[in-house]
Design a protein around this ligand. Structure first.
Ligand SMILES: [Zn+2]
Length: 55
């Protein structure tokens, strides 16, 4: 299970997967119980939502 940080209402929908079109970065955050997959917004704005999804 991985947390996905995905931009809200991005121009293109993201897949909750490390194989998403935006080439997300996976981080091992020491204070989280699971890795975090940070997606890149198509329009490069700040991240506005965090969601946890089961892979
Ligand atoms: Zn993505």
């Amino acid at each position: 299970m991985t947390w996905h940080v995905v931009p809200l209402n991005d121009l293109r929908e993201h897949t909750y997967s490390e194989a998403c079109w935006c080439k997300p970065e996976v981080h091992d955050a020491p204070d989280w119980s699971r890795p975090v997959c940070v997606h890149n917004s198509m329009d490069r704005r700040e991240y506005t939502v965090e969601q946890g999804k089961v892979q």
